[in-house]
Structures are given as C-alpha cells and as structure tokens.
Design a protein around this ligand. Structure first.
Ligand code: C2G
Length: 131
C-alpha cells in the first residue's frame, strides 16, 4: 500500500483544498492529512474559523482522505513519515523547496496551487460584502 501524507489548516474548505487532496490521493492508495491544531495555527499566525475538531470531521468526510492526524509543530514531519511508513509527501507549491529535507525519507512532491481561491480571499470577500 502506497501511503501519501499532506499537511495544512484546511479552514473554510474550498476547491483549492479539494484539488490538492484529490491529486495527493492519486499519488498512492492511502492519504493521511496532518491537520494543524488550533494551537499550531497560532504558531503559523493563522486563526481558523472552524475548530480543529470540526475541521477534522469535515476532512474525514472527504472520499480522498483516509486518515487525519494532528499537526502540532513544524518539526514533526520526518517522524510522521517514519512512523506512518509514508512513501510520498505532497504539498502545494507555495511551499516549493521548504521540505526537501524529507527526500531522504520519502518522495517529495510540490503541486501547483489552484488559482483564484484561498481562505484569506473568502474572508476578505465576505467582509467586503458585509456578510
Ligand atoms: N492550496 C492549494 N490551492 C489553494 C489553496 C491552498 O493547492 N488555492 C493547498 C496548499 O498549498 C496546501 C493545502 O492546500 O498544500 C492546505 O492549505 P492551507 O490550509 O493554507 O495550509 P498551510 O497553512 O499552507 O499549511 O506544515 C505545513 C503547513 O501546515 C501547511
């Protein structure tokens, strides 16, 4: 079984998230999503609208996702890859090159982001429309 892992906050789920999850799953047979906890989001200077528990439930309902684990700190990726016997690490190319150190442990793939959509854009558009 070829195992894939990806990381993120996945707040206010949108097609950019679904596209990366779909493509990540196509790289193997089993997709693990390491989901940023609310505490780790603060470290990333992000504040998610949905709680970790809600974002986890939403991700677990997606057909491409097989398992959701918590992402609590930057340095856990190597151990995650080893512990979960991961073959492929996948993330959007906004992170291009940032995780090349994982190439010693698994394949590292940066995928093109989906243009025109982001959680930040959703929040800003909603603010503009006073919604
Ligand atoms: N993404 C995408 N296209 C978009 C928006 C997001 O492909 N329009 C991808 C990102 O590149 C990332 C994933 O969707 O691979 C999740 O995005 P975020 O929730 O913003 O994740 P991020 O804050 O980048 O967290 O340790 C790694 C970090 O936890 C990554």
């Amino acid at each position: 079984m070829k195992k894939v892992i990806t990381y993120g906050t996945f707040d206010l789920l949108h097609v950019g998230h679904i596209n990366i999850l779909k493509r990540a799953k196509e790289m193997g047979d089993y997709l693990i999503v390491a989901l940023s906890t609310d505490e780790f989001n603060a470290v990333k200077h992000k504040s998610a609208y949905h709680s970790y528990e809600d974002r986890k439930m939403i991700l677990e309902s997606i057909k491409y996702v097989d398992e959701v684990i918590p992402e609590t700190h930057w340095e856990q990726k190597k151990q995650d890859v080893i512990d979960h016997k991961v073959d492929v690490f996948v993330i959007g190319n906004d992170w291009e090159g940032e995780f090349d150190f994982l190439k010693e442990y698994c394949e590292v793939i940066y995928l093109p982001r989906t243009d025109g959509i982001s959680t930040t854009k959703i929040k800003s558009d909603l603010n503009k429309k006073n919604l």
